[in-house]
Ligand binder design. Structure first.
Ligand code: AVJ
Length: 321
């Protein structure tokens, strides 16, 4: 029999390598992308509906109010390239306002998820040409040849996912996106629409990542549960607690798993020891100012063309030109 690549096994080994590497560091870290297994994705969906978690509902209301302006910003005959196709509800608000014809190219690493999202969008917008792209948008990737260019390409990156990237990674991402959208047959320069969560009072920020119902805690602890469930590690899940912290130097809300007493995690013959109070850093969610985001965009060759915000300026949707 031929050797076939086994994506599930490859994923598990990548997860194992990240866990061993991350727990071996002096500051223990687990990459936030492992938060999103099926259970984690479900918990994140629940987070977006929490009273304390303002970003999703604020961004959605900005899109609803500004859909016409954003569609005008895209222009006629647009190819909309969405990075990470998990946000189809928000995408549908924008697509509904676009002029016909248009092309929608959702990019996502999870093929099943991508095709399900594409099918949903297709049933609602039969006039739309849909070209799903299976790729890891956090890595360097090329758009497939033959993706229609029509008049203009617009990169769409909602959800404030840009906040999970370091400034260096954010500039690299924005630069790569510019490469994807520039240079169509019609010669129009590309554009982008990016959701950015803004700096605000600490009470609001921390509550958004430490809700009263404990959903964010369950989301964070699920990562350690995965280490036990999928990698066969031994750990006391009750010995770790969720914590949201503000890192002023990085302008980021961080999620940590704090050892509430001395703890050990055993994995593959290694023992990772924690003193009481030691933590595993699981996510950074950077908060920007409009000016600060403008500087990141400028470093990637973009200008801030439009900035759409809510009345409280809690969240911004930036139109890059
Ligand atoms: C999906 C990355 C935008 O950082 O706000 C929500 C993830 N983590 N609560 C965010 C998250 C904890 C979310 N992003």
């Amino acid at each position: 029999m031929l050797d076939r690549p086994n994506p599930a096994a490859a994923q598990r080994e990548a997860f194992r390598a990240d866990v061993i590497e991350g727990l071996s560091r002096p500051t223990r870290t687990l990459p936030s992308r492992w938060l999103y297994d099926d259970r984690g994705s479900e918990l994140f969906e629940a987070i977006t509906r929490l009273p304390e978690y303002y970003p999703t509902r604020t961004e959605t209301s900005i899109l609803m109010e500004q859909a016409e302006a954003m569609a005008a910003f895209c222009g006629p005959r647009v190819t909309l390239i969405e990075y990470g196709a998990g946000a189809s509800l928000k995408t549908e608000i924008l697509i509904a306002a676009l002029a016909e014809p248009a092309v929608y190219a959702p990019v996502d690493i999870a093929g099943d998820f991508l095709l399900a999202a594409a099918a949903r969008v297709e049933s609602r917008f039969p006039w739309l040409e849909i070209r799903p792209v299976v790729a890891d948008f956090t890595a360097d990737f090329e758009l497939p040849r033959g993706l229609p260019a029509l008049n203009r390409r617009v990169g769409f990156f909602p959800g404030s996912t840009i906040g999970n990237l370091t400034p260096h990674e954010a500039v690299a991402f924005l630069d790569r996106m510019r490469g994807h959208v520039d240079g169509t047959d019609a010669g129009e320069a590309g554009r982008a629409i990016v959701g950015v969560d803004l700096v605000k009072d600490l009470e609001t920020l921390l509550a958004a990542y430490d809700d009263a119902a404990g959903v964010t805690a369950a989301f964070n602890l699920n990562l350690l549960a995965r280490v036990v469930r999928e990698l066969g590690a031994e750990a006391d899940l009750d010995g770790f607690a969720h914590e949201a912290r503000w890192n002023a130097a990085e302008s980021a809300v961080e999620m940590h798993l704090v050892a509430t007493s001395a703890q050990e995690i055993r994995l593959d013959g290694e023992i990772f020891r924690f003193r009481a109070g030691e933590t595993i850093h699981t996510e950074s969610s950077r908060k920007h100012t409009v000016e600060g985001f403008g500087r990141l965009a400028a470093a990637a060759g973009w200008d801030l063309g439009e900035v759409w915000t809510d009345a409280d300026e809690a969240f911004a949707v930036a139109g890059l030109v």
